[in-house]
Design a protein around this ligand. Structure first.
Ligand SMILES: Nc1ncnc2c1ncn2[C@@H]1O[C@H](COP(=O)(O)OP(=O)(O)O)[C@@H](O)[C@H]1O
Ligand SMILES: N[C@@H](CC(=O)OP(=O)(O)O)C(=O)O
Length: 459
Protein backbone atom coordinates (compact mmCIF):
# COMPACT_ATOMS: atom_id res chain seq x y z
CA UNK A 1 0.00 0.00 0.00
CA UNK A 2 1.20 3.49 -0.80
CA UNK A 3 0.38 6.73 0.98
CA UNK A 4 0.26 9.65 -1.47
CA UNK A 5 0.38 13.26 -0.39
CA UNK A 6 -0.62 15.87 -2.96
CA UNK A 7 0.64 19.33 -2.07
CA UNK A 8 -1.05 22.68 -2.63
CA UNK A 9 0.40 23.00 -6.13
CA UNK A 10 -1.16 19.62 -7.08
CA UNK A 11 -4.65 20.58 -5.90
CA UNK A 12 -4.73 24.28 -6.73
CA UNK A 13 -7.44 24.04 -9.44
CA UNK A 14 -9.68 21.55 -11.25
CA UNK A 15 -7.06 20.80 -13.93
CA UNK A 16 -4.60 19.70 -11.25
CA UNK A 17 -7.25 17.73 -9.35
CA UNK A 18 -8.06 15.79 -12.53
CA UNK A 19 -4.35 14.97 -12.84
CA UNK A 20 -4.20 13.58 -9.31
CA UNK A 21 -7.25 11.41 -9.99
CA UNK A 22 -5.43 9.91 -12.98
CA UNK A 23 -2.36 9.30 -10.83
CA UNK A 24 -4.43 7.57 -8.13
CA UNK A 25 -6.24 5.43 -10.72
CA UNK A 26 -3.00 4.36 -12.39
CA UNK A 27 -1.76 2.35 -9.38
CA UNK A 28 -4.13 0.32 -7.20
CA UNK A 29 -1.62 0.44 -4.35
CA UNK A 30 -2.30 4.19 -4.01
CA UNK A 31 -4.91 3.74 -1.31
CA UNK A 32 -4.32 6.53 1.20
CA UNK A 33 -4.53 10.02 -0.27
CA UNK A 34 -3.58 13.15 1.71
CA UNK A 35 -4.44 16.54 0.26
CA UNK A 36 -3.41 20.11 1.07
CA UNK A 37 -5.36 23.33 0.64
CA UNK A 38 -5.22 24.92 -2.83
CA UNK A 39 -1.83 26.50 -3.47
CA UNK A 40 -0.94 29.61 -5.46
CA UNK A 41 -2.68 29.36 -8.83
CA UNK A 42 -1.63 32.38 -10.84
CA UNK A 43 1.29 34.75 -10.59
CA UNK A 44 -0.18 37.35 -8.20
CA UNK A 45 -2.36 34.85 -6.41
CA UNK A 46 -1.85 33.76 -2.77
CA UNK A 47 -2.21 30.32 -1.15
CA UNK A 48 -5.64 29.70 0.41
CA UNK A 49 -3.87 28.98 3.72
CA UNK A 50 -2.41 32.50 3.64
CA UNK A 51 -5.82 34.06 2.94
CA UNK A 52 -7.23 32.07 5.88
CA UNK A 53 -4.43 33.32 8.11
CA UNK A 54 -5.12 36.86 6.94
CA UNK A 55 -8.76 36.48 7.95
CA UNK A 56 -7.85 35.03 11.33
CA UNK A 57 -5.39 37.86 12.02
CA UNK A 58 -7.80 40.64 11.01
CA UNK A 59 -5.93 41.48 7.82
CA UNK A 60 -2.39 41.68 9.24
CA UNK A 61 -0.82 38.54 7.76
CA UNK A 62 0.19 39.89 4.37
CA UNK A 63 1.48 43.17 5.84
CA UNK A 64 4.60 41.27 6.96
CA UNK A 65 5.35 40.75 3.26
CA UNK A 66 4.42 44.38 2.57
CA UNK A 67 1.29 43.36 0.65
CA UNK A 68 -2.06 44.88 1.58
CA UNK A 69 -5.01 42.50 1.29
CA UNK A 70 -8.14 43.30 3.30
CA UNK A 71 -10.07 40.63 5.19
CA UNK A 72 -12.94 41.17 2.75
CA UNK A 73 -10.68 40.45 -0.21
CA UNK A 74 -9.31 37.32 1.48
CA UNK A 75 -12.82 36.13 2.32
CA UNK A 76 -13.96 36.71 -1.27
CA UNK A 77 -10.87 34.97 -2.68
CA UNK A 78 -11.51 31.89 -0.50
CA UNK A 79 -15.21 31.64 -1.34
CA UNK A 80 -14.54 32.22 -5.04
CA UNK A 81 -11.83 29.53 -5.11
CA UNK A 82 -14.05 26.82 -3.58
CA UNK A 83 -17.06 27.81 -5.67
CA UNK A 84 -14.98 27.61 -8.84
CA UNK A 85 -13.58 24.21 -7.85
CA UNK A 86 -17.13 22.85 -7.32
CA UNK A 87 -18.35 24.34 -10.60
CA UNK A 88 -15.37 23.17 -12.65
CA UNK A 89 -15.59 19.64 -11.20
CA UNK A 90 -19.42 19.66 -11.52
CA UNK A 91 -20.12 18.69 -7.94
CA UNK A 92 -22.90 19.92 -5.60
CA UNK A 93 -21.72 23.16 -4.06
CA UNK A 94 -24.44 24.56 -1.81
CA UNK A 95 -23.81 22.43 1.29
CA UNK A 96 -20.03 22.88 1.07
CA UNK A 97 -20.11 26.64 0.49
CA UNK A 98 -22.76 27.25 3.18
CA UNK A 99 -20.72 25.30 5.73
CA UNK A 100 -17.49 27.10 4.77
CA UNK A 101 -19.17 30.50 5.00
CA UNK A 102 -20.63 29.63 8.39
CA UNK A 103 -17.21 28.49 9.68
CA UNK A 104 -15.58 31.72 8.56
CA UNK A 105 -18.27 34.15 9.71
CA UNK A 106 -19.64 32.77 12.96
CA UNK A 107 -16.55 31.49 14.75
CA UNK A 108 -16.32 32.65 18.38
CA UNK A 109 -12.87 31.22 19.07
CA UNK A 110 -10.02 33.61 19.99
CA UNK A 111 -6.28 34.00 19.30
CA UNK A 112 -4.39 30.76 18.54
CA UNK A 113 -7.50 28.60 18.67
CA UNK A 114 -9.17 30.84 16.09
CA UNK A 115 -6.05 30.82 13.88
CA UNK A 116 -5.83 27.03 14.00
CA UNK A 117 -9.51 26.61 13.18
CA UNK A 118 -9.37 29.01 10.23
CA UNK A 119 -6.13 27.50 8.89
CA UNK A 120 -7.59 23.99 8.99
CA UNK A 121 -10.55 24.98 6.81
CA UNK A 122 -8.36 25.07 3.67
CA UNK A 123 -7.55 21.35 3.80
CA UNK A 124 -10.94 20.41 5.31
CA UNK A 125 -13.07 21.75 2.46
CA UNK A 126 -10.62 20.88 -0.29
CA UNK A 127 -10.64 17.24 0.84
CA UNK A 128 -14.47 17.26 0.84
CA UNK A 129 -14.56 18.60 -2.72
CA UNK A 130 -11.91 16.17 -3.98
CA UNK A 131 -13.63 13.24 -2.22
CA UNK A 132 -16.94 14.12 -3.92
CA UNK A 133 -15.23 14.38 -7.28
CA UNK A 134 -13.36 11.08 -6.84
CA UNK A 135 -16.63 9.32 -5.97
CA UNK A 136 -18.28 10.88 -9.00
CA UNK A 137 -15.61 9.46 -11.32
CA UNK A 138 -16.01 5.98 -9.87
CA UNK A 139 -13.34 5.59 -7.19
CA UNK A 140 -14.31 3.61 -4.10
CA UNK A 141 -13.12 6.30 -1.73
CA UNK A 142 -14.06 7.39 1.76
CA UNK A 143 -13.33 10.77 3.37
CA UNK A 144 -11.58 10.33 6.74
CA UNK A 145 -11.44 13.50 8.84
CA UNK A 146 -8.72 13.92 11.50
CA UNK A 147 -11.37 14.88 14.07
CA UNK A 148 -13.24 11.61 13.39
CA UNK A 149 -10.42 9.07 13.42
CA UNK A 150 -8.34 10.86 16.07
CA UNK A 151 -5.26 12.55 14.60
CA UNK A 152 -4.30 13.89 18.01
CA UNK A 153 -2.00 16.89 18.44
CA UNK A 154 -0.83 18.67 21.58
CA UNK A 155 -2.24 21.98 22.81
CA UNK A 156 0.06 24.24 20.80
CA UNK A 157 -2.80 24.99 18.33
CA UNK A 158 -0.67 26.56 15.58
CA UNK A 159 2.41 24.34 15.93
CA UNK A 160 0.86 21.07 17.06
CA UNK A 161 2.95 17.94 17.57
CA UNK A 162 1.54 14.47 16.93
CA UNK A 163 0.63 12.55 20.10
CA UNK A 164 1.34 8.80 20.42
CA UNK A 165 -2.33 7.67 20.58
CA UNK A 166 -2.69 8.89 16.97
CA UNK A 167 -0.91 5.79 15.65
CA UNK A 168 -3.32 3.35 17.32
CA UNK A 169 -6.26 5.46 16.17
CA UNK A 170 -5.03 5.28 12.58
CA UNK A 171 -4.44 1.52 12.77
CA UNK A 172 -7.92 1.01 14.19
CA UNK A 173 -9.79 3.12 11.64
CA UNK A 174 -7.91 2.43 8.41
CA UNK A 175 -8.66 -1.17 7.54
CA UNK A 176 -8.72 -1.14 3.77
CA UNK A 177 -9.81 -3.84 1.35
CA UNK A 178 -7.94 -4.05 -1.95
CA UNK A 179 -10.16 -1.75 -4.00
CA UNK A 180 -10.85 0.71 -1.16
CA UNK A 181 -9.21 4.10 -0.82
CA UNK A 182 -9.35 6.88 1.74
CA UNK A 183 -8.77 10.60 1.44
CA UNK A 184 -7.53 12.64 4.41
CA UNK A 185 -7.14 16.42 4.72
CA UNK A 186 -3.55 17.11 5.74
CA UNK A 187 -2.06 19.70 8.12
CA UNK A 188 -4.60 19.58 10.96
CA UNK A 189 -5.68 17.41 13.84
CA UNK A 190 -7.42 17.82 17.18
CA UNK A 191 -6.18 18.30 20.73
CA UNK A 192 -7.03 15.58 23.27
CA UNK A 193 -10.07 17.76 24.15
CA UNK A 194 -11.23 17.72 20.51
CA UNK A 195 -10.32 21.31 19.58
CA UNK A 196 -8.91 21.90 16.10
CA UNK A 197 -5.14 22.35 16.02
CA UNK A 198 -2.71 22.62 13.09
CA UNK A 199 0.91 21.57 12.67
CA UNK A 200 3.57 23.94 11.35
CA UNK A 201 3.34 25.34 7.81
CA UNK A 202 3.83 22.66 5.17
CA UNK A 203 2.28 20.22 7.67
CA UNK A 204 0.41 18.07 5.14
CA UNK A 205 3.79 16.43 4.49
CA UNK A 206 3.72 15.45 8.17
CA UNK A 207 0.20 13.98 7.94
CA UNK A 208 1.38 11.81 5.04
CA UNK A 209 4.52 10.69 6.87
CA UNK A 210 2.58 9.77 10.04
CA UNK A 211 -0.04 7.80 8.07
CA UNK A 212 2.67 5.94 6.16
CA UNK A 213 4.36 5.06 9.46
CA UNK A 214 1.20 4.02 11.33
CA UNK A 215 0.00 1.85 8.43
CA UNK A 216 3.47 0.49 7.65
CA UNK A 217 3.10 1.54 4.01
CA UNK A 218 5.40 0.19 1.30
CA UNK A 219 6.05 3.68 0.09
CA UNK A 220 5.26 7.32 0.86
CA UNK A 221 4.81 9.26 -2.38
CA UNK A 222 5.00 13.02 -2.03
CA UNK A 223 3.58 14.68 -5.17
CA UNK A 224 4.54 18.26 -5.91
CA UNK A 225 5.28 20.53 -8.88
CA UNK A 226 8.93 19.69 -9.56
CA UNK A 227 10.62 16.54 -10.89
CA UNK A 228 11.94 15.71 -7.43
CA UNK A 229 14.48 17.22 -5.09
CA UNK A 230 16.98 19.34 -7.01
CA UNK A 231 20.64 19.75 -6.05
CA UNK A 232 19.90 23.40 -5.38
CA UNK A 233 16.71 25.49 -5.29
CA UNK A 234 15.65 25.51 -8.98
CA UNK A 235 14.26 29.03 -8.58
CA UNK A 236 17.82 30.30 -7.99
CA UNK A 237 19.65 27.99 -10.42
CA UNK A 238 17.29 26.80 -13.17
CA UNK A 239 19.92 24.43 -14.68
CA UNK A 240 20.18 22.39 -11.48
CA UNK A 241 19.70 18.63 -11.76
CA UNK A 242 17.31 16.36 -9.85
CA UNK A 243 18.98 14.16 -7.22
CA UNK A 244 17.99 10.56 -8.04
CA UNK A 245 18.64 9.07 -4.58
CA UNK A 246 19.06 10.58 -1.15
CA UNK A 247 19.28 9.23 2.37
CA UNK A 248 16.76 10.35 4.98
CA UNK A 249 19.55 12.10 6.82
CA UNK A 250 20.69 14.05 3.75
CA UNK A 251 17.16 15.21 2.93
CA UNK A 252 16.55 16.15 6.55
CA UNK A 253 19.64 18.36 6.59
CA UNK A 254 18.80 19.96 3.26
CA UNK A 255 15.14 20.57 4.02
CA UNK A 256 15.89 22.05 7.43
CA UNK A 257 18.33 24.43 5.74
CA UNK A 258 16.16 25.82 2.97
CA UNK A 259 14.87 23.08 0.61
CA UNK A 260 11.23 23.79 1.33
CA UNK A 261 10.07 21.07 -1.07
CA UNK A 262 9.60 18.67 1.88
CA UNK A 263 8.91 19.33 5.57
CA UNK A 264 12.07 18.37 7.48
CA UNK A 265 10.20 16.44 10.17
CA UNK A 266 8.02 14.48 7.74
CA UNK A 267 10.58 11.75 7.21
CA UNK A 268 11.40 11.06 10.87
CA UNK A 269 9.06 8.12 11.37
CA UNK A 270 9.58 6.82 7.83
CA UNK A 271 13.30 6.80 8.63
CA UNK A 272 12.60 4.79 11.79
CA UNK A 273 10.59 2.18 9.88
CA UNK A 274 12.67 2.36 6.70
CA UNK A 275 9.66 3.33 4.58
CA UNK A 276 11.02 4.77 1.32
CA UNK A 277 9.77 8.17 0.21
CA UNK A 278 9.52 9.28 -3.40
CA UNK A 279 9.15 12.96 -4.27
CA UNK A 280 7.35 13.15 -7.64
CA UNK A 281 5.90 15.62 -10.10
CA UNK A 282 2.10 15.71 -10.60
CA UNK A 283 2.73 17.49 -13.91
CA UNK A 284 5.14 14.80 -15.12
CA UNK A 285 3.93 11.55 -13.51
CA UNK A 286 6.08 9.17 -15.55
CA UNK A 287 9.24 10.77 -14.19
CA UNK A 288 10.68 8.69 -11.33
CA UNK A 289 11.48 11.69 -9.12
CA UNK A 290 13.77 11.43 -6.11
CA UNK A 291 13.89 8.30 -3.97
CA UNK A 292 14.70 8.76 -0.28
CA UNK A 293 15.92 5.74 1.66
CA UNK A 294 18.03 4.67 4.63
CA UNK A 295 21.24 3.95 2.81
CA UNK A 296 22.83 4.49 -0.56
CA UNK A 297 26.28 4.01 -2.01
CA UNK A 298 27.66 7.51 -2.50
CA UNK A 299 29.03 8.16 -5.98
CA UNK A 300 29.53 11.83 -5.27
CA UNK A 301 30.98 13.89 -2.45
CA UNK A 302 28.04 16.29 -2.25
CA UNK A 303 24.38 15.85 -3.15
CA UNK A 304 22.95 19.29 -2.55
CA UNK A 305 23.46 22.83 -1.43
CA UNK A 306 20.76 24.69 0.49
CA UNK A 307 20.47 28.30 1.62
CA UNK A 308 18.64 29.79 4.56
CA UNK A 309 18.10 33.55 4.38
CA UNK A 310 17.08 36.10 7.03
CA UNK A 311 19.35 34.78 9.75
CA UNK A 312 20.93 36.86 12.53
CA UNK A 313 23.98 36.32 14.68
CA UNK A 314 24.17 37.29 18.35
CA UNK A 315 27.80 37.50 19.27
CA UNK A 316 28.62 37.52 22.98
CA UNK A 317 32.04 38.71 24.09
CA UNK A 318 33.35 38.17 27.59
CA UNK A 319 36.90 37.51 28.76
CA UNK A 320 37.20 33.92 30.00
CA UNK A 321 33.64 32.93 29.09
CA UNK A 322 35.06 29.61 27.90
CA UNK A 323 36.14 28.89 31.46
CA UNK A 324 32.80 29.67 33.10
CA UNK A 325 31.16 26.30 33.57
CA UNK A 326 27.51 26.46 32.57
CA UNK A 327 27.83 29.74 30.59
CA UNK A 328 26.60 28.23 27.29
CA UNK A 329 23.87 26.25 29.03
CA UNK A 330 22.55 29.41 30.71
CA UNK A 331 22.71 31.35 27.44
CA UNK A 332 20.76 28.67 25.56
CA UNK A 333 18.28 28.56 28.41
CA UNK A 334 17.60 32.27 27.93
CA UNK A 335 16.95 31.75 24.21
CA UNK A 336 14.63 28.88 25.14
CA UNK A 337 12.69 31.13 27.53
CA UNK A 338 12.11 33.53 24.62
CA UNK A 339 11.02 30.58 22.40
CA UNK A 340 13.88 31.28 20.01
CA UNK A 341 15.21 28.31 18.08
CA UNK A 342 19.02 28.34 17.90
CA UNK A 343 20.89 27.02 14.83
CA UNK A 344 24.67 27.15 15.17
CA UNK A 345 27.02 28.21 17.96
CA UNK A 346 30.53 28.96 16.71
CA UNK A 347 32.61 29.41 19.86
CA UNK A 348 36.04 30.40 21.11
CA UNK A 349 37.69 31.12 24.46
CA UNK A 350 36.21 34.60 24.93
CA UNK A 351 33.54 34.65 22.21
CA UNK A 352 30.37 32.80 21.43
CA UNK A 353 27.87 33.46 18.63
CA UNK A 354 24.37 32.10 18.30
CA UNK A 355 22.67 31.99 14.91
CA UNK A 356 18.92 32.42 14.92
CA UNK A 357 16.13 33.31 12.50
CA UNK A 358 15.90 37.09 12.56
CA UNK A 359 12.10 36.88 12.51
CA UNK A 360 12.33 35.34 16.01
CA UNK A 361 14.09 38.47 17.31
CA UNK A 362 11.26 40.79 16.25
CA UNK A 363 9.84 42.54 19.31
CA UNK A 364 12.16 40.43 21.50
CA UNK A 365 15.65 41.71 20.97
CA UNK A 366 15.75 44.43 23.66
CA UNK A 367 14.37 42.15 26.35
CA UNK A 368 16.67 39.35 25.23
CA UNK A 369 19.73 41.63 25.48
CA UNK A 370 18.63 42.84 28.92
CA UNK A 371 18.22 39.27 30.15
CA UNK A 372 21.65 38.21 28.81
CA UNK A 373 23.22 41.32 30.39
CA UNK A 374 21.57 40.63 33.73
CA UNK A 375 22.34 36.91 33.97
CA UNK A 376 25.68 36.53 32.16
CA UNK A 377 27.26 39.99 32.41
CA UNK A 378 29.04 39.91 29.02
CA UNK A 379 31.52 42.63 28.00
CA UNK A 380 29.70 43.17 24.69
CA UNK A 381 26.79 41.88 22.67
CA UNK A 382 26.88 42.44 18.88
CA UNK A 383 23.85 41.64 16.76
CA UNK A 384 24.26 41.20 12.99
CA UNK A 385 21.19 40.90 10.79
CA UNK A 386 20.67 39.81 7.17
CA UNK A 387 22.90 36.79 7.09
CA UNK A 388 22.43 33.69 4.95
CA UNK A 389 23.63 30.23 5.89
CA UNK A 390 24.67 28.02 2.97
CA UNK A 391 24.72 24.31 3.80
CA UNK A 392 26.53 21.73 1.67
CA UNK A 393 25.43 18.14 2.24
CA UNK A 394 26.54 14.67 1.12
CA UNK A 395 27.44 11.40 2.82
CA UNK A 396 30.41 11.25 0.42
CA UNK A 397 31.95 14.15 2.36
CA UNK A 398 33.02 11.65 4.98
CA UNK A 399 35.35 10.13 2.39
CA UNK A 400 36.76 13.45 1.25
CA UNK A 401 36.64 16.27 3.75
CA UNK A 402 39.03 18.30 1.55
CA UNK A 403 35.92 19.36 -0.40
CA UNK A 404 35.81 22.09 2.23
CA UNK A 405 39.11 23.44 0.89
CA UNK A 406 37.62 23.61 -2.62
CA UNK A 407 34.61 25.50 -1.23
CA UNK A 408 36.77 28.10 0.48
CA UNK A 409 39.03 28.40 -2.59
CA UNK A 410 35.99 28.99 -4.83
CA UNK A 411 34.81 31.78 -2.55
CA UNK A 412 38.29 33.32 -2.53
CA UNK A 413 38.60 33.19 -6.34
CA UNK A 414 35.37 35.17 -6.56
CA UNK A 415 36.25 37.53 -3.74
CA UNK A 416 33.27 36.45 -1.64
CA UNK A 417 33.91 37.06 2.05
CA UNK A 418 32.31 34.74 4.54
CA UNK A 419 31.15 35.52 8.05
CA UNK A 420 30.97 32.05 9.59
CA UNK A 421 32.13 28.49 9.02
CA UNK A 422 30.97 25.35 10.81
CA UNK A 423 31.39 21.64 10.07
CA UNK A 424 28.75 19.28 11.38
CA UNK A 425 29.89 16.54 13.81
CA UNK A 426 28.30 13.96 11.49
CA UNK A 427 30.89 15.07 8.88
CA UNK A 428 28.25 14.95 6.14
CA UNK A 429 27.59 18.68 5.98
CA UNK A 430 29.21 22.04 6.50
CA UNK A 431 27.78 25.51 6.78
CA UNK A 432 29.07 28.84 5.50
CA UNK A 433 27.54 32.12 6.64
CA UNK A 434 27.61 35.05 4.22
CA UNK A 435 25.96 38.49 4.01
CA UNK A 436 22.53 38.03 2.49
CA UNK A 437 23.11 40.57 -0.30
CA UNK A 438 25.81 38.34 -1.81
CA UNK A 439 24.26 35.00 -0.90
CA UNK A 440 22.85 34.13 -4.36
CA UNK A 441 26.30 34.71 -5.89
CA UNK A 442 27.91 32.64 -3.16
CA UNK A 443 25.38 29.85 -3.75
CA UNK A 444 25.99 29.88 -7.51
CA UNK A 445 29.76 29.91 -7.01
CA UNK A 446 29.69 26.93 -4.64
CA UNK A 447 27.24 25.05 -6.84
CA UNK A 448 29.33 25.62 -10.00
CA UNK A 449 32.58 24.66 -8.37
CA UNK A 450 31.45 21.70 -6.29
CA UNK A 451 28.31 20.15 -7.74
CA UNK A 452 28.06 21.03 -11.40
CA UNK A 453 31.63 19.93 -12.19
CA UNK A 454 33.24 16.51 -12.61
CA UNK A 455 35.24 16.91 -9.38
CA UNK A 456 32.18 15.94 -7.32
CA UNK A 457 32.82 12.28 -8.09
CA UNK A 458 34.30 9.90 -5.49
CA UNK A 459 36.96 8.30 -7.67
N1 LIG B 1 16.01 21.78 -3.83
C1 LIG B 1 14.74 21.88 -4.25
N2 LIG B 1 14.20 20.95 -5.07
C2 LIG B 1 12.93 21.07 -5.51
N3 LIG B 1 12.12 22.11 -5.17
C3 LIG B 1 12.61 23.06 -4.36
C4 LIG B 1 13.93 22.99 -3.85
N4 LIG B 1 14.13 24.06 -3.06
C5 LIG B 1 13.01 24.78 -3.08
N5 LIG B 1 12.07 24.18 -3.86
C6 LIG B 1 10.73 24.72 -4.13
O1 LIG B 1 9.77 23.90 -3.48
C7 LIG B 1 8.58 23.95 -4.28
C8 LIG B 1 7.68 22.79 -3.88
O2 LIG B 1 7.28 22.94 -2.53
P1 LIG B 1 5.82 23.45 -2.18
O3 LIG B 1 5.52 24.73 -2.89
O4 LIG B 1 5.63 23.40 -0.72
O5 LIG B 1 4.99 22.30 -2.91
P2 LIG B 1 3.57 21.70 -2.66
O6 LIG B 1 2.60 22.73 -3.11
O7 LIG B 1 3.56 20.49 -3.53
O8 LIG B 1 3.48 21.37 -1.20
C9 LIG B 1 9.08 23.89 -5.68
O9 LIG B 1 8.16 24.43 -6.60
C10 LIG B 1 10.39 24.69 -5.61
O10 LIG B 1 10.16 26.02 -6.02
N1 LIG C 1 -1.71 24.34 3.47
C1 LIG C 1 -0.71 24.29 4.49
C2 LIG C 1 -0.13 22.91 4.67
C3 LIG C 1 0.68 22.34 3.52
O1 LIG C 1 1.34 21.31 3.67
O2 LIG C 1 0.64 22.99 2.36
P1 LIG C 1 1.55 22.64 1.03
O3 LIG C 1 1.33 21.19 0.70
O4 LIG C 1 0.99 23.56 -0.02
O5 LIG C 1 2.99 22.92 1.34
C4 LIG C 1 0.35 25.35 4.24
O6 LIG C 1 0.23 26.10 3.29
O7 LIG C 1 1.26 25.46 5.02
Amino acid sequence: MKVCKFGGSSVKNSTQIKKIVDIVKRDEKRQVIVVSAPGRDEEYDEKITDHLLNLATEGSHFLEQKIEISTKNSFDAIMKKYEKLCDDLSIQKKKILDALKKDLTSCDLKDDKKQAFFLSRGEHYNAKIIADYMKKVGLNIKLMLPEDFGFILDNEYTDGKVQPQTYDNIKKHFTLKDDEKVIVPGFYGVTPKGEISVMSRGGSDLTGGELAYALDADMYENWTDTNGVYEVDPRVIPDAKVIPRLTFKELRLLSSKGFNVFHFNAMLNCKKSKIPIRVRNTNNPTNKGTLILSERVPMEKLVGVAKLDNMASIHIQKDMLGEEIGFTAELLKIFGEFHINTYHYPTDKDDLAILVEQEDLKGNINNLRREIDKRLKPDNIFVTYSLSVITLVGIGLKEDSFTIVDAIAALKENNIAFEMFDMSPSKISFHIGVAQNISDIALETLYDKLLAKENNCIC
